[in-house]
Design a protein around this ligand. Structure first.
Ligand code: ADP
Ligand code: MG
Length: 589
């Protein structure tokens, strides 16, 4: 028998689309508060928002007669007809958030407008109205959402740990605060104030409050306008970079969005200034006509599409590269002496510019330009495998090969029969160390070394919950870490890889690679990260290589499964033929 669903059931189903987790509720309610012209918004959550979310604003409030309607599906004060959709500037206009939220939780609303002497308290649970009464209260609205998904336990099971859910909310509020510096945001998690922005309208102050002084000191002003585009905000100097894209924030007409086109424009503009897989900090707003935006995208989805992607790319690329190019970017090297400080705080103590130099030294740009002067047999990998069979595997050949010498303190030149080989000692060394470390990590042979002084690392809430989800993994890998206050951690021991423990800046880098939730496949990534980092450090320390060391290196290299590429894919050995040389000197035709 076919039956019509009742409205409450429809709402519950619809809630599934909009309300996925506590952060979705916070998003809808805070956007409503912003639309209601609030200048101060407080978000107070318990147990990751699963137990309760309280959102208080000082906005225009809701008229008593509108309250019940506000909780009906497709009820909105923001648009009247389909035509309004085009010009709508508010954040939400589908009129389904309150209906959806009320259908899957227990809601209490207290609200008052300027025109009324008293306010109203309204209680609705599982979509069923429980109570409506007058109450004394200030202007504005307070929504309390208790026990989310209490009547849909299956959905509740899909929620993650409180700390993960709180991490999502924290990330969301950071973005909302960054997009609205004129509003004072307060975020309280389990009775602790996590974020409190001043609402003074200055984006820079907002950035410092959320991301800290280090970033504040390294910002470049972005202020660009062309016919159709106004791009305003801040981007970071390249010394501030992260191993993930979490710090790339951008807004379209005040709304936080994600866009592959914008992401690419940003990263292309920074391309020559950042090492691979490092991403900048950005926080800027793009003001454009709504004609540019493809409206056929689900409104809760943050991914936005444009009607003229090339134009959007070009404008953003131009804005950022111009800003970057007119700023002096030569890093100043500082010496870091922490000896006198009892504990270090990572964010302050790591001299970023030094880090940059180190990285660029380690990745010499070596381009292999294939020209017609190079014999076809020299075209790298495929052929190199043969060389192994031909020469290196046989013991007599190893003895026989004649070391000609070292070039540019990096390349070893070796002669054998009718070929000569050029070996990149850095790449070779990295290969050898990498394999060693991976092996010992896999065999759980990594030793942890107790640090003389614990290192305190300040994490953002989100980084902390990412760490929490992977806590066991870190332990397995030889990290000894304890909580230190709410979001900081104390690094007491670190994996001792080769001749020194892994460095704490690298620890943050590893954290950047992880998701908020634990994922099995991340284990491999983690191993790879740790190994590459340890390698870099060790290779750097071994710049001057004697012939003896070279021999030892070559012996070790040749026992490996893949001696021909470093872990980053660059070749370790290339070969040239005598024939080729003789051709060059026109000894043969
Ligand atoms: P929408 O935001 O799409 O209009 P919602 O279900 O989120 O739909 O909200 C319904 C209506 O309730 C809004 O249009 C607005 O009139 C009113 N409303 C919701 N939250 C607030 C608030 N914090 N302050 C004032 N009015 C609000
Ligand atoms: Mg809304």
């Amino acid at each position: 028998m076919i039956q019509l669903l009742d409205q409450n059931t429809i709402n519950k189903i619809a809630a599934g689309e909009v309300i996925e987790r506590p952060a979705s509720i916070v998003k809808e309610l805070v956007e409503n508060s912003i639309d209601a012209k609030s200048t101060a918004i407080t978000v107070d959550i318990k147990d990751g928002g699963i137990l309760s979310i309280r959102i208080t604003d000082n906005g225009i409030g809701i008229e008593p007669l509108d309250i019940k309607n506000a909780f009906l599906r497709h009820s909105t004060s923001k648009i009247r007809t389909i035509d309004d959709l085009k010009s709508v500037s508010s954040l939400g206009f589908r009129g389904e958030a309150l209906a959806s939220i009320a259908s899957i939780s227990q809601v209490e609303l207290i609200t008052k407008t300027i025109n009324n002497l008293t306010g109203i308290r309204y209680i609705i649970e599982g979509g069923v109205e429980k109570r409506i009464e007058e109450i004394g209260c200030p202007e504005g609205s307070t929504f309390v959402i208790n026990n989310m998904f209490y009547n849909t336990p299956v959905r509740k099971n899909f929620l993650k740990s409180s700390s993960t859910e709180a991490g999502y909310i924290s990330e969301l509020i950071n973005r909302l605060a960054l997009g609205n510096p004129q509003i004072s945001f307060k975020f309280i998690n389990n009775n602790q104030v996590k974020l409190y922005t001043s609402g003074n309208g200055l984006l820079k102050d907002c950035i410092v409050t959320i991301y800290g002084k280090e970033i504040g000191k390294n910002l470049i002003d972005l202020d660009y306008s062309s016919n159709d585009f106004k791009i305003k905000g801040f981007i970071s100097k390249p010394v501030i970079s992260r191993a993930n894209r979490n710090y790339e924030n951008y807004y379209i007409n005040g709304r936080y969005i994600k866009s592959k086109v914008i992401q690419k424009a940003i990263e292309d503009a920074y391309k020559s200034k950042l090492t691979i897989h490092q991403y900048p900090f950005t926080a800027f707003n793009i003001e454009i006509l709504s004609d540019y935006i493809d409206v056929n995208v689900h409104p809760t989805k943050m991914d936005i599409r444009f009607n003229n992607e090339e134009k959007v790319y070009e404008e953003i690329y131009n804005a950022i590269s111009r800003a970057l190019n007119k700023t002096e970017l030569i890093p100043v090297v500082t010496f870091n002496d922490n000896k006198e400080r009892p504990i270090q705080t990572i964010r302050e103590s790591i001299p970023e510019p030094f880090e940059i130099n180190r990285i660029s030294e380690l990745h010499p740009v070596k381009e292999f330009v294939a020209t017609d002067e190079v014999a076809p047999t020299d075209n790298q990998e495929g052929v190199q495998i043969d060389y192994k069979d031909e020469i290196f595997t046989s013991p007599e050949n190893i003895i026989e090969h004649k070391i000609i010498g070292q070039l540019f303190t990096t390349y070893w030149i070796v002669e054998l029969k009718d070929k000569y080989y050029i070996i990149d000692q850095h790449a070779a060394h990295e290969r050898v160390l990498y394999d060693k470390i991976i092996k010992s990590l896999e065999n759980k042979e990594i030793f942890s070394q107790i640090l003389l002084q614990p290192i305190i690392i300040e994490l953002s809430m989100q980084e902390k919950s990412r760490f929490d989800s992977h806590r066991l993994l870190f332990k397995e890998l030889g990290f000894d870490i304890e909580d230190f206050g709410e979001d900081s951690i104390a690094l007491r021991g670190a994996p001792f890889i080769f001749n020194k423990p892994i460095n704490p800046k690298d620890f943050i880098n590893i954290l950047d690679k992880l998701d908020l939730e634990y994922k099995e496949e991340k284990y491999g990534i983690l191993l790879d990260e740790i190994a590459s980092m340890a390698c870099k450090a060790a290779v750097k320390a071994n710049d001057n290589m004697s012939i003896l060391e070279y021999k030892e290196l070559i012996n070790q290299l040749l026992t490996l499964e893949n001696p021909f590429n470093c872990p980053h894919g660059r070749p370790t050995i290339i070969a040239m033929t005598r024939y080729e040389l003789e051709k060059k000197f026109k000894r043969i035709q």
